[in-house]
Design a protein around this ligand. Structure first.
Ligand code: F0G
Length: 364
């Protein structure tokens, strides 16, 4: 009979591909192992013969892909004796840093742009008990301050410039190849700092050069497609953007930290960057919810939005297998969701059987 093994997080699962030793104390909340969900309704809706999967990273412990990087970064910070971590964040990194710091028993400081992070992310970060430092400035200003202060205070930076973050995040690519038995033809991601697109490429590349030792049958790597919000699209305009603006606050970033690395990904994978307007992003977010039952945050929907645009134009040809990463959970941004559904009509009735029956029959 097969032994029962409990999944205890991505470091344990991919231990031989990550920089840990037998004596490393793992700081984990059971992150990773997220579902790869095939879209059934949207391909029919667009009338194209494509296979689209979404990697739903919103189902990680704090509701975003950041947990993959944070388990590694905090594990290594603790191993090095650090008592405190710090990050700048548009919301998700701060939530993840706060949670993993609590788990480790160390302190978290998070710099966030005042008034520009989604409500759920703020609620999480408060509940986990991190020291929140709100700044009158955007993510890029916060990031610059974090880099400076780390030279003056005993804190470990856990933004994606910390190389352990990308080590953790590369495991998402491993999971996809383990599940599909090969890499997809195209991998579509929302891009902010471009840490995640770099991490996926690292994961695909490590598996490809090492294909004999894991379950995949080929050494294939996907074409990497990175999509930015139109008002925050430095990779599309080809230079840094000083005043980024988008409703997708998670990717409201004008000075990406992984600039050179991401251009290398584009080059090596023969991929591309493109932008999506806020409207297109919101349409894709709603489409996923209302046709597939998958609720992601606005920034995450940039991946599907971009993929749909490139499928429509034929840039991504019919017959392709595509994976879109949905980076965060829709519950994190209730304000946008409620605004998106302002034309929905919840009915209010008396608490009687008759009234409920009528409400059903009237709305069938
Ligand atoms: N999607 C979501 C939901 C994010 O929170 C982020 C980044 C990205 C995509 C972009 O990923 O930066 O690796 O290209 N959020 C960071 C934060 C900046 O502070 O939570 P990237």
């Amino acid at each position: 009979m097969a032994a029962h093994t409990r999944y205890t997080g991505l470091i344990e699962h991919y231990r031989d591909r990550l920089p840990v030793s037998d004596s490393t104390r793992l700081i984990s909340l059971g992150e990773g192992n997220t579902p790869l969900i095939q879209l059934h309704n949207i391909p029919k809706l667009i009338g194209k013969d494509v296979t689209i999967y979404v990697k739903f990273e919103g189902l990680n412990p704090t509701g975003s892909f950041k947990d993959r990087g944070m388990t590694m970064a905090v594990t290594k910070a603790v191993e090095a004796g650090s008592q405190a971590i710090i990050c700048a964040s548009t919301g998700n990194t701060s939530a993840a840093a706060a949670a993993y710091a609590v788990r480790a028993g160390i302190k978290a400081f998070v710099l966030i742009p005042e008034g520009k992070i989604a409500l759920g992310k703020l609620a999480q970060t408060l509940m986990y008990g991190a020291q929140i430092i709100q700044i009158n400035g955007n993510f890029d200003a916060g990031m610059s301050l974090v880099k400076q202060v780390a030279d003056h205070a005993p804190v470990t930076i856990v933004n994606s410039i910390n190389p352990y973050r990308l080590e953790g995040q590369k495991t998402a690519a491993f999971e996809i190849v383990d599940e599909l038995g090969t890499a997809p033809d195209y991998h579509c991601l929302p891009v902010g700092n471009a840490g995640n697109i770099t991490a996926y490429w690292k994961g695909y590349s490590e598996y490809a050069t090492d294909s004999a030792t894991h379950k995949a049958v080929t050494n294939k790597r996907p074409v990497m497609c990175g999509y930015q919000a139109a008002g925050a699209a430095p990779f599309v305009v080809g230079k840094m953007v000083d005043n980024p603006e988008t409703i997708a606050t998670a990717i409201r970033i004008g000075h990406p930290q992984s600039w050179d690395l991401a251009w290398k990904v584009q080059d090596e994978s023969k991929g591309w960057f493109d932008s999506q307007t806020d409207e297109q992003i919101l349409v894709a977010q709603k489409m996923l919810s209302q046709h597939e039952g998958i609720f992601c945050e606005p920034a995450s929907a940039a991946s599907l939005s971009g993929a749909l645009q490139d499928i429509a134009s034929g840039k991504i040809p019919e017959g392709s297998t595509i994976v879109c990463t949905l980076t965060g959970n829709g519950i994190k941004d209730p304000d946008i969701a409620i605004a998106q559904c302002k034309d929905a009509h919840p009915v209010t009735i008396d608490a009687s059987l008759d009234a409920v029956k009528r409400a059903i029959l009237d709305n069938m």
